[in-house]
Design a protein around this ligand. Structure first.
Ligand SMILES: NC(=O)c1ccc[n+]([C@@H]2O[C@H](COP(=O)([O-])OP(=O)(O)OC[C@H]3O[C@@H](n4cnc5c(N)ncnc54)[C@H](OP(=O)(O)O)[C@@H]3O)[C@@H](O)[C@H]2O)c1
Length: 242
């Protein structure tokens, strides 16, 4: 197991769900955590308090779709912690809507947060990751990265884009000792799923902590075996069903 103590993780979407559980778990390993972005500063503040029980934590609220914010966020992270070892692209938005009703504004918003943000945030963080001896990028994709779902055409397309880019990035930067992983969860019991899929019940859903454990597995087991993507299905569902 790699010693993660003192390593610096920048994580988006830390205000709840998978992001909060991951931030807490990494802090318990002694990692310094930057919670980058979030429109709801109360939720981000709560995560900062939880994480701060275990390790140093910097919270930077703001809208990730603002390109200037991405640059400023990375600069603020490096100013505080002197580098970046791990980038976790986790923030995302889902939408359940019939294809013919999706507006250009919805399309742009969802593609931006789910794909453009990870893409350009990684560009900003890359010079610092290149200097790390344990550089790792983890993209939180989805089972919809691998399958087509009715009523989720933009979300599905954005997560396909995220997974495709993850594969390309991993191949391109392997020689720079940067590992790229994608995790593709099915239904995880978070605010997102409660809002976008109110038909799904908590019983049998994946818990955010289970995804956090997989993130930790990637970081703690940095050997010669490279795992590029992991699909995580609910226990009571067939593969490819949310
Ligand atoms: N839950 C599932 O079933 C499931 C399944 C597969 C994949 N995923 C993926 O898991 C990731 C985390 O989602 P979650 O389930 O943990 O839901 P969540 O609790 O709703 O987390 C989403 C996070 O993204 C942040 N966010 C959204 N738009 C943003 C923006 N423009 N600027 C800054 N932050 C923004 C939200 O912050 P604010 O609320 O402060 O805006 C929130 O903290 C997402 O990428 C999602 O697609 C989830």
């Amino acid at each position: 197991m790699n010693n993660l103590s003192g390593k610096v993780a920048v994580l988006t979407g830390g205000g709840g769900g998978i992001g909060r559980a991951t931030a807490e778990l990494l802090a318990k390993q002694g990692m310094k955590v930057v919670l980058l972005g979030g429109n709801n500063s109360d939720k981000l503040q709560l995560t900062q308090t939880l994480v701060g029980q275990y390790s140093e934590c910097l919270a930077i609220p703001g809208n990730l779709t603002d390109m200037a914010f991405l640059k400023q966020g990375v600069e603020a992270a490096v100013a505080r912690f002197k580098g970046i070892d791990v980038l976790i692209n986790n923030a995302g938005v889902a939408q359940n809507q019939q294809f013919e009703d999706i507006s250009v504004e919805d399309f742009d918003r969802i593609m931006a947060i789910n794909f453009r943000v990870p893409f350009f945030l990684t560009q900003q963080a890359l010079p610092y990751l290149k200097r790390s001896d344990s550089a790792t990028i983890i993209n939180v994709a989805s089972v919809v990265s691998h399958a087509g779902y009715p009523m989720q055409s933009v979300y599905t397309a954005s997560k396909h884009a995220l997974l495709g880019w993850s594969k390309s990035l991993g191949a391109e930067y392997y020689q720079d000792n940067i590992r790229v992983h994608a995790i593709s969860p099915g239904g995880v019991y978070t605010d997102m799923v409660k809002i976008s899929r109110p038909d799904l019940k908590a019983d049998g859903m994946i818990m955010p902590e289970e995804i956090a454990n997989i993130v930790l597995f990637f970081l703690a087991n940095r050997g010669n075996a490279v795992v590029d993507e992991i699909m995580v299905h609910r226990v009571n569902k067939q593969p490819f069903l949310v």
